[in-house]
Ligand binder design. Structure first.
Ligand SMILES: Cc1cc2nc3c(=O)[nH]c(=O)nc-3n(C[C@H](O)[C@H](O)[C@H](O)COP(=O)(O)OP(=O)(O)OC[C@H]3O[C@@H](n4cnc5c(N)ncnc54)[C@H](O)[C@@H]3O)c2cc1C
Length: 384
């Protein structure tokens, strides 16, 4: 295989496609649309049989936590009829309409097994659907990489243990005592879903948290960081704190610990998004949802916690997030992934000429918004 001189890519006119995109979720579609609007032609390879596959299987009650105005991909607003916080079904419908508007025709049922450099081009290997182009964009998301920690005794637990990504609705848990582990946005909403359905549900919270209301005085919360970006995050947090407290009440009173860093400082320094409150705190306050500390160990029918006695549970839901590992997908790429296989950068040039990631690093200010920004940047770089 010929060695590729740094930054040198083959003449575009020699190739059928300017770009190969792996994945037809929001990131793959937004990138393809941004390329198309610059006159570039992308092949999209998608392993499932439809666009937005991951949104088709999220839990039933899911609505965007970010407001419609700040969640649309570039080039097409979300319809007003979706309301301020579009539902999961709205998002699927929007992604279908988005693909239609930009005439994007992904190749479906085309799982890409590996992406390798082939001389001066990149080859996405998907059997008879393999495609080659000078530029490849990895838009494979995190859904395939659920993270499930392990605890002493977990293999002895007699009931089901599932990851939040496979939770759909409360029906299978009727009459069961359920423990949700992890107080992120998914864990908070799933615990609330179970509590509202009258289940006996507990929520295990490991450490201090930052919780913000979904809106302040009727204004979506994402508006505030944008308006306050000229302030140091620590100062903006100090100004916002009384308003946040007014909106959500005392979290200490329900037994939660407030993070030492405020929401904006956490975003700026650690890339950690705050929890957006949609009713979980009320459920804790009125006793429908029980708060527990960090999990210490499992036994056949019970779970032991750090600061309280062991309790029996029938089922466990791990809302413990995702940890993408792209080492198998990119077996030869150098200096683009960290030691655990997560991309080092997203939405801009990597150490490998012609290789880009879109939406690969969580954005604390809304992933859809971030995907839109990255898609535009990738298209600009591809056109240059
Ligand atoms: C429960 C939940 C709620 C969220 N709510 C919000 C919100 O309110 N606001 C917000 O801004 N963000 C939200 N996000 C974050 C983010 O916007 C979504 O996860 C979004 O779907 C990410 O888009 P994506 O295209 O990067 O990845 P995905 O939607 O995961 O799409 C990746 C696509 O790639 C395909 N694929 C994967 N591997 C391969 C392969 N090897 N070959 C071919 N195809 C492949 C998959 O089938 C999939 O179609 C939420 C995420 C979750 C999990």
């Amino acid at each position: 295989m010929a060695e590729l001189p740094a930054q040198e890519l083959p003449a575009r006119e020699a190739m059928e496609f300017d770009v190969v995109i792996v994945g037809a979720g929001p990131a793959g579609l937004a990138t393809a649309a941004a390329l198309r609007s610059r006159g570039l032609n992308a092949a999209i390879l998608e392993k499932s049989d439809a666009v937005g596959a991951v949104w088709r299987r999220h839990y039933d009650r899911l609505h965007l936590h970010t407001d419609r105005a700040r969640s649309a991909l570039s080039g097409m607003p979300m319809p007003k009829a979706y309301g301020r916080y579009p539902s999961r079904a709205n998002v699927v419908e929007y992604l279908e309409a988005y693909a239609a508007k930009f005439n994007l025709k992904p190749v479906f049922n085309a799982p890409v097994r590996a992406v390798r450099r082939d001389g001066r081009t990149w080859r996405a290997e998907a059997g008879e659907n393999s495609r080659t182009a000078p530029i490849v964009v990895i838009a494979t998301g995190w859904a395939d990489y659920p993270y499930a920690p392990t605890w002493p005794g977990i293999d002895e637990f007699g009931g089901p243990i599932l990851h939040s990504s496979t939770y759909r609705n409360p029906a299978p848990f009727a009459g069961k005592r359920v423990l949700v582990v992890g107080y992120g946005n998914s864990g908070a909403e799933i615990a609330l879903d179970l509590a509202e359905a009258g289940m006996d549900v507990s929520l295990s919270v490991r450490g201090p948290v930052n919780i913000v209301p979904r809106e302040l005085f009727g204004v979506p919360i994402l508006v505030f960081p944008a308006a306050e970006q000229w302030l140091p995050p620590r100062v903006a947090d100090a100004l916002n704190a009384p308003l946040v407290r007014f909106a959500i009440g005392s979290i200490e009173q329900v037994g939660l610990k407030r993070s030492l860093k405020g929401p904006l400082q956490s975003i700026a320094e650690d890339g950690r998004a705050p929890l957006i409150e949609i009713g979980t705190l009320d459920a804790i306050r009125d006793g429908r949802l029980k708060l527990r500390g960090d999990v210490v160990s499992f036994a056949r029918e019970s779970v032991a916690f750090k600061h309280s006695a062991a309790e029996s549970f029938h089922a466990i839901i791990l809302a413990t997030g995702f940890r993408p590992d792209l080492r198998t997908l990119l077996p030869d790429a150098k200096d683009v992934l960290n030691a655990t296989g997560a991309p080092l950068v997203s939405g801009r040039a990597t150490a490998e000429p012609g290789l880009f990631f879109c939406g690969a690093i969580p954005s604390a200010l809304g992933q859809f918004r971030q995907i839109g920004i990255e898609a535009q940047r990738i298209a600009e770089a591809a056109q240059a």
